[in-house]
Design a protein around this ligand. Structure first.
Ligand code: APR
Ligand code: ZN
Length: 243
């Protein structure tokens, strides 16, 4: 049997034995749905920007404030996609039916919930939730996608802002504390598809007090925590073999 097959058998055993599982994921969980991640060699931040600033700058609060129209042009094209859940999302929704599983995601695409997962903590918010900055009215992502230019509230003409955490904005404290609590209680932490580049999300791995850490990435990845199992590969392809 080749190495990956042994690793899949090992991962199945680790999941079977676990009582409280936390899955901590990033943009790499959605690349098999066709959504670019950020820092891979062909990720969004390494693409030549069509605008006056690099895409990483455009995802900041100050860019949103000073160039709102261009921000929304970029946001509609790159952030609101018609992507569907992939095998990684589907397996986690299946696993949640038989295991105490909490998903902590840095992604804003809502694909875990679309796959059927219920217990999902969205550290950086979601494209599915958009609120008028004046009256607080709720709008879905289609309203934003279909709006011309800057999306305006049809009740009070206020600007509608996506409920996503831009650079320079604080992470939702409640989401972070819920994530921290889940990790502190877990006996298995699966970290997949994230470069762990962004604070405070990346600090969460230090609140895990167990020794069962599984790391999955399609690149080589070193983190300064003791890893029980590292599987190099695409998380969707790996999870498809876990049933
Ligand atoms: N399977 C496993 N790993 C993958 C896959 C895949 N199919 N596709 C990509 N990866 C890996 C990449 O090798 C990379 O290490 O996933 C990681 C994605 O890292 P980033 O692009 O940095 O994404 P992420 O860690 O989620 O970024 C965190 O940065 O820009 C902010 O708010 C944004 O939430 C995002 C945060
Ligand atoms: Zn309004």
């Amino acid at each position: 049997m080749d190495d990956i097959e042994n690793q899949i058998i090992e991962l199945k055993k680790i999941i079977k034995k676990a009582k409280k599982i936390v899955f901590f994921g990033g943009a790499g969980v959605s690349t098999e749905s066709g959504i670019l991640d950020f820092r891979s060699k062909d990720g969004l931040y390494n693409l030549k920007s069509k605008y006056d600033e690099p895409y990483e700058v455009m995802l900041s609060h100050s860019y949103y404030e000073e160039n709102t129209k261009t921000f929304f042009e970029f946001y509609k094209e790159f952030m609101i996609t018609s992507a569907q859940p992939n095998e990684a999302h589907k397996y986690l929704a299946y696993l949640e039916k038989s295991k105490d599983l909490t998903i902590i995601t840095q992604n804003i695409d809502g694909l875990h919930q679309e796959a059927g997962s219920k217990n999902v903590i969205e550290l950086h918010g979601s494209i599915k939730r958009n609120y008028c900055t004046k009256c607080g009215a709720f709008y879905d992502e289609n309203y934003i996608k279909n709006s011309k230019g800057i999306p305006l509230c049809n009740k009070c003409k206020g600007i509608i802002k996506p409920d996503v955490t831009l650079y320079e904005e604080p992470v939702n404290e409640y989401a972070f504390l819920k994530a921290r609590f889940a990790i502190e209680q877990a006996d298995l932490l699966i970290i997949a598809g994230t470069s762990l580049n962004v604070y405070p999300a990346n600090s969460l791995i230090y609140y895990f007090y167990g020794d069962n850490i599984v790391l999955i990435n399609n690149d080589d990845q070193i983190i300064n925590r003791k890893i029980k199992l590292f599987i190099k590969g695409k998380v969707g392809e790996i999870f498809k073999k876990l049933y």
